[in-house]
Design a protein around this ligand. Structure first.
Ligand code: PBG
Length: 336
């Protein structure tokens, strides 16, 4: 114990009346729940889903136990289940039949995600359907945009992303979520949506998205690992915090309605800064690697999986997230 600590303790004992007992409010479960500062709710959750071609496909992602690639028919069934658990929203990722250099299926009106949106909105109309807007699942090289030489080009790519967002809205999506991290994409998407009478469709931008090792299992699920290079020319350096504020500011200026920080756990400080500075509806993506680590340690018996899951989600909310994208949504909803 430091001398200064001793001094503080002795002050409490001798000079503070009555004796301070912070434990009093922790003594019973009832009072603990009455003074609880953060309440996790099913309403916070957005459940990610991976759509693949075919019928009756349900293939587990090996690095993400409990997460499946599903064909449209099974996705619809899954969505009905998600809704009945009280989860308000899903976010869709598509794995196309064919990939090419420019990710054509991403902005095809009859693409995999567009078909899935139609089917979900027909069968489970109350479920809020969000779409991930990116090219990485659709390009043969696995990059989020058009590649020329060594460069992932910005301005041409955002035109394609805007077309992709438009086809999602036309198919019936309730919200679009660009995840590419190119400059100017929110503005481009807002413009094309407005020109086509979708001025009421909101944009949730992946605003501060880091170049993270925690996306590994997702890339297996979405079959989107880059064939060469990496995403460091557009996704953020994990060491940066002020830059995240500039990224979020840019997206708000361009018309983002909800801003996202991603991943969540190693970036709780960023969530808090973004929330405090901008006071915007703020989302956090509890990404694939965060899910897989808990699942793996749980399976080994090294941690109490359910308890850690709830603690993690509560921590993300406490940090300032209003919305949480999480593969744990169904399991957590069952406990709430
Ligand atoms: C890009 C995208 C990624 C994730 C969501 N959208 C991967 C990437 O940037 O490589 C990752 C989500 C996760 O890890 O759970 N379309």
């Amino acid at each position: 114990m430091h001398n200064s600590d001793k001094l503080i303790l002795s002050n409490i004992k001798t000079e503070t009346h009555p004796f301070r007992r912070l434990r009093r409010t922790r003594m019973t479960a009832t009072l603990r729940s009455m003074v609880r500062e953060t309440e996790l709710s099913k309403n916070d959750f957005i459940y990610p889903l991976f759509v693949v071609p075919g019928t009756n496909v349900k293939k587990e992602v090996s690095s993400m136990p409990g997460v499946y690639q599903m064909s449209v028919d099974n996705i619809v069934r899954e969505c009905a289940g998600v809704k009945s658990l009280g989860i308000p929203a899903v976010i869709l990722f598509g794995i196309p039949e064919h990939k090419d250099e420019v990710g054509s299926e991403a902005y095809d009106e009859l693409g995999i995600v567009q078909r899935a949106i139609h089917a979900i909105k027909k069968e489970v109309p109350e479920l809020f359907v969000i779409t991930d807007v990116c090219l990485c699942e659709y390009t043969s090289h696995g990059h989020c945009g058009i590649v020329r030489g060594d460069e992932i080009v910005n301005d041409e790519s955002i035109e394609l992303l805007a077309r992709e967002a438009l086809t999602h809205a036309q198919a019936g999506a309730d919200m679009v979520a660009p995840s590419d991290m190119f400059d100017g994409r929110v503005q481009a998407i807002r413009a094309i949506l407005d020109e086509n009478n979708f001025q009421n469709i909101p944009i949730m931008s992946y605003a501060a998205k880091y170049a993270s090792g925690f996306y590994g299992p997702f890339r297996e699920a979405a079959e989107s690992t880059p064939k060469f290079g990496d995403r460091r020319s557009h996704q953020m350096d994990p060491a940066n915090s002020n830059e995240a504020l500039r990224e979020v500011q840019a997206d708000i200026d361009e018309g983002a309605d909800i801003v996202m920080v991603k991943p969540a756990l190693p970036y709780l400080d960023i969530i808090r800064r973004v929330k405090d500075v901008f006071q915007m509806p703020t989302a956090a993506y509890n990404v694939s690697g965060e899910y897989s680590m808990v699942k793996a340690a749980g399976r080994l018996g090294w941690i109490d999986e359910q308890r850690v899951m709830m603690e993690m989600l509560t921590g993300i909310k406490r940090a300032g997230a209003d919305l949480i994208l999480t593969y744990f949504a169904k399991e957590a909803a069952k406990l709430l």
